[in-house]
Structures are given as structure tokens and as C-alpha cells.
Design a protein around this ligand. Structure first.
Ligand code: G3I
Length: 459
């Protein structure tokens, strides 16, 4: 028995000697364990972790990146002795990350696990003005918006937003033939004058939309009783009078809009029927002649259409028309309307489409940008998920446009201000089945994530 006891004591003594320091206590600090945040508000939260025996203090890191590449001001190795810390001065709706180390004397442990926490409230969107950021680019371009004359009253909310955010305007309706042309040689200029004067007086580019469009034929021309030749003369007269009146004031015109149908054929419009297959070239020639006669040799003539990124037969026909116009130097740019959805077209489809104009050395106008998020009517309000998807799609197309060569840049125009004023919700033209929120500002004229996406596309 005594031998066994002696043997046991010897073994214990050896085990201590194996450690090399039989009397020295184990002082290695344990790495802390961080636990979930508490007291989360719009701009603060409490970070928590488990006490580490023998720790004299803790070092806390807080970041908006889980790689801790940057730190929230004041929270980079913040040292304190308690096992919680109130993290303050934060932004609402933002995701933060924190971790902690224990310290005793000069000994500091490794980092703890990382805790993720998102402050409450809605993240305030970046208030940077779109044109301000666009104008800082190496190759800037116009940031445009579709307007109505009655929005342009001095001091109106539209007037304020427009002058802050945009550098180009397109009339959503009032520069079309049907509101202007009241009869042969008679015109209603008031709304057009207001829009043109607003742009010219405020250093804002004015894009003319659209001289010839089958959806904007005034009744007196739809019911025209004269010969086809007389009809053609009326169109020539209209184009000549409008282009002449605004020579030097309107910088670019959609001379013909949507001349190609969804099957990739010439759309069977009243213009094709009465003026023949050369009508497009005739219209561009009349516009060019009128501008030159008025001394405006800088007027840019555009062809404008929709869905060419996804409808290849249509895309091919459009570029057949564009090629033909180019042979006579009658076209300077192509307008891609871009009435898109949060799912379509893809980046590759858009780039393939637009690049066909880039290689021709033409100006590119993304002319009527809006991005539907409810084309299938499966939501009843703008969900966070669709809002983020829309933001990414705005960012994507702005990024595509921003990457264009300088020679091809002209303008990127969004088709309206507030969601509830967009043509899209419940649109019969579009067969849209429900509500939608396609633009950059919500119904209260507040910035949406889409506006932030536009800004990020300019990076
Ligand atoms: O201003 C009149 C008002 O006085 C009248 O009481 C009322 C009822 O008839 O009509 C008002 O005009 C309407 C106009 O928008 C202004 O709001 C027209 O009826 C209506 O047809 C017109 O719709 C425009 C549509 O083109 C047709 O011109 C949309 O706002 C506009 O977003 C839409 O834009 C087109 C582009 O030009 C071409 N690409 C497709 C795009 C969407 O259809």
C-alpha cells in the first residue's frame, strides 16, 4: 500500500516536472466569447461578451464590414473593463459587426467571434444630386428626366428637384404632334415654349420628343382627306416649322419614334401607308434641312425605340434603318427607351444592343428609363426585396452607360419623377396588371433605394 502511494506521488511530481514549471500557475488568457447585441435602436446598440477570468480589460472593434477593413469612429480597439459597451452615433438601418479581445498586462488574446447587428429604422438614402455626381465624371453626360409644363412653376417641388438633380429634360407628352398641331400650318406652342424656355433659362439641355410617332397623330391628320402627296407635304411642313422655331434651343430630336413593330417589320403606320417606305428618310432629311437653314448645324437627330435589347428581330430592323440613315448622314444618335423590369433585360442583352450603336459612332440616349418591380402583379406594395432588386438594376444600367466611350455619351433620361405619376401603373398600353413603383422618388418625393442605385452606378 505504501509503495502504491509513493508511486502515485512520484507520478504526480513527474507530471509537474514535465510541464517544466511545477509552481508557476497557468496564466494564459482565454479568448473571449462575444454574445448577441442588446438595446438595439436607430443609432445605437449594446455589445456583450462573456467575462474572461484574469482579464483586466477588453478591446472592442466595431465595423460596417465583417472583415473589419474600416472601423466605426471611436470603436477601434476601444479599451474598457466591463463586459458590455454602449455603441452610439450610428446610422439607422445599417448592419454593423463587433468583436472583442481580452487583455491582462501586456498579454492580449486573439479576436473573439464576430457578432452581426442591424440598427433599427430606415437607412437614409444618399442625398447627393445626380447631375453633380455625373458632372464629376471624366466623361460626363446629361442626367435627364421627363417633364410636363405644369410642373415647371418656379419654386414647385418639381422645379426644386429638377434644378438640383437633372441636366436635361424631355417633354413626356407636350412636344408630340398631337398636342402641338391643331391644323394645317396652325400650332399650339404655349406648353412647348414653357418647357424650352425653362431649359434654356436654367442651363438645362432640352431633348425634343418626338416629331413623328404613330401614337401622336392629331385627329385632323388621322382623318386627312387630301392625297398622299398632300399628306406628305403636311408632315414636311410640320417638321420644318417645329425644327425651325426651336433651332438652337432644342439640342436634339427624336425625329421618328417606334417605326418598327414587335415582329421586326416596318410598323404599318399612317406614315408608311401614305408616304411610302422612304418616309423615315424623308422625315430626317426635312429635319436636317430645316435645322441647317436655320443655322443650327449642331442639332442631333435621333431614332428612338423600345425593347430592342430583348427583341432581336426588332433590334436588327432598327439597325437596318439606322444604317440606311447613316449613308446619308441623317442620323446622329439612337434612343433606347429602356422601359425595363427588375428582371429584364440582362446586362449582356443591354450591352449587345447599345454596342451596335457604339460601333457606328452614334450618340446613345437611354431615353425613357423606368424599372418595373410588379410586372406580374405579385406584390401590393414596394417590398424591401423588390426595392433592393430595383436599386441593383438602376445601378447596372447607369454603370453600363457610364462605361460608354466619351464620343457615344449623350444623356440618360428617367421617365418621370414620382412613382404614382409614372405611365406604368395599371397601364393599358403596357397591359400592366396592377400598381408599380418604377422611378427614383416615391409618392412623397422622397429618395428611394433606386436613386442610390443610380448614384452607385456612377462610381
Ligand atoms: O394633358 C391632357 C389633358 O388635358 C386631358 O384632359 C387628358 C385626357 O385626355 O389627357 C392629357 O394628356 C395625356 C398626356 O399623357 C399628359 O398626361 C394624354 O391623354 C396621354 O395619352 C399622354 O400619355 C403619354 C403617352 O406617351 C402618349 O403620349 C404618357 O404620359 C407618356 O408617358 C407616354 O410616353 C411614351 C413615349 O412618348 C414613347 N415611348 C413609350 C412611352 C410610354 O407610352
Amino acid at each position: 500500500m505504501r509503495i502504491a502511494l509513493l508511486l502515485l506521488l512520484t507520478l504526480l511530481n513527474c507530471s509537474k516536472e514535465e510541464t517544466g514549471s511545477p509552481s508557476k500557475p497557468d496564466t494564459a488568457l482565454a479568448t473571449p466569447f462575444a454574445s448577441n447585441a442588446s438595446n438595439i435602436t436607430d443609432n445605437s446598440f449594446t455589445a456583450n461578451w462573456v467575462l474572461v477570468p484574469k482579464a483586466e480589460s477588453y478591446l472592442i472593434d466595431v465595423s460596417t464590414s465583417n472583415s473589419f477593413s474600416t472601423f466605426v469612429t471611436g470603436y477601434s480597439g476601444l479599451e474598457q473593463s466591463a463586459t458590455t459597451v454602449e455603441v452610439t452615433g450610428l446610422s439607422s438601418g445599417i448592419t454593423y459587426f463587433y468583436r472583442v479581445r481580452a487583455k491582462q498586462g501586456t498579454e492580449i488574446t486573439n479576436n473573439s467571434n464576430v457578432i452581426t447587428v442591424t440598427t433599427t429604422g430606415v437607412q437614409a438614402e444618399d442625398p447627393t444630386y445626380l447631375k453633380d455626381k455625373a458632372n464629376t465624371l471624366a466623361n460626363p453626360f446629361f442626367v435627364g428626366v421627363a417633364v410636363k409644363a405644369n410642373q415647371l412653376t418656379e419654386g414647385s417641388s418639381y422645379d426644386v428637384v429638377l434644378k438640383n438633380e437633372f441636366s436635361s429634360i424631355t417633354a413626356e407628352y407636350e412636344m408630340k404632334m398631337n398636342p402641338i398641331s391643331t391644323g394645317s400650318g396652325s400650332y399650339s406652342w404655349e406648353a412647348v415654349d414653357k418647357i424650352v424656355n425653362y431649359g434654356n433659362n436654367n442651363g438645362i439641355n432640352v431633348h425634343g420628343h418626338a416629331l413623328v410617332w404613330h401614337n401622336a397623330v392629331p385627329d385632323w391628320l388621322s382623318n386627312f382627306s387630301g392625297t398622299d402627296a398632300e399628306f406628305a407635304l403636311e408632315i414636311k411642313k410640320y417638321i420644318t416649322d417645329v425644327v425651325t422655331r426651336y433651332a438652337g434651343k432644342i439640342k436634339s430630336w427624336d425625329v421618328v419614334n417606334e417605326a418598327v413593330d414587335d415582329n421586326g417589320n416596318m410598323r404599318n403606320t399612317i406614315f408608311l401607308q401614305k408616304m411610302g417606305s422612304n418616309y423615315i428618310k424623308d422625315c430626317y432629311q426635312w429635319a436636317r434641312d430645316a435645322a441647317n437653314a436655320a443655322g443650327d448645324t449642331n442639332l442631333l437627330l435621333f431614332y428612338n425605340d423600345y425593347a430592342t435589347s430583348t427583341n432581336i428581330p426588332k433590334q436588327n430592323k432598327v439597325f437596318t434603318i439606322v444604317d440606311d440613315l447613316m449613308t446619308s448622314n441623317l442620323i446622329d444618335g439612337v434612343g433606347f427607351q429602356m422601359h425595363n423590369t427588375y428582371l429584364s433585360p440582362t446586362k449582356e442583352q443591354i450591352e449587345t444592343d447599345i454596342n451596335r450603336a457604339v460601333v457606328l459612332g452614334l450618340k446613345i440616349h437611354v431615353s425613357e428609363l423606368d424599372i418595373q418591380v410588379n410586372q406580374n402583379n405579385d406584390i401590393t406594395y414596394l417590398t424591401e426585396e423588390r426595392s433592393l432588386a430595383q436599386k441593383e438594376k438602376y445601378k447596372e444600367i447607369v454603370n453600363i452607360y457610364n462605361a460608354l466611350p466619351e464620343a457615344n455619351k449623350y444623356a440618360l433620361t428617367v421617365w418621370g419623377f414620382k412613382d404614382n405619376e409614372s405611365w406604368i401603373p395599371y397601364s393599358t398600353d403596357l397591359n400592366h396588371p396592377g400598381n408599380d413603383w418604377p422611378l427614383l422618388y416615391n409618392n412623397k418625393f422622397e429618395l428611394k433605394k433606386a436613386h442610390t442605385g443610380f448614384l452607385e452606378g456612377l462610381d
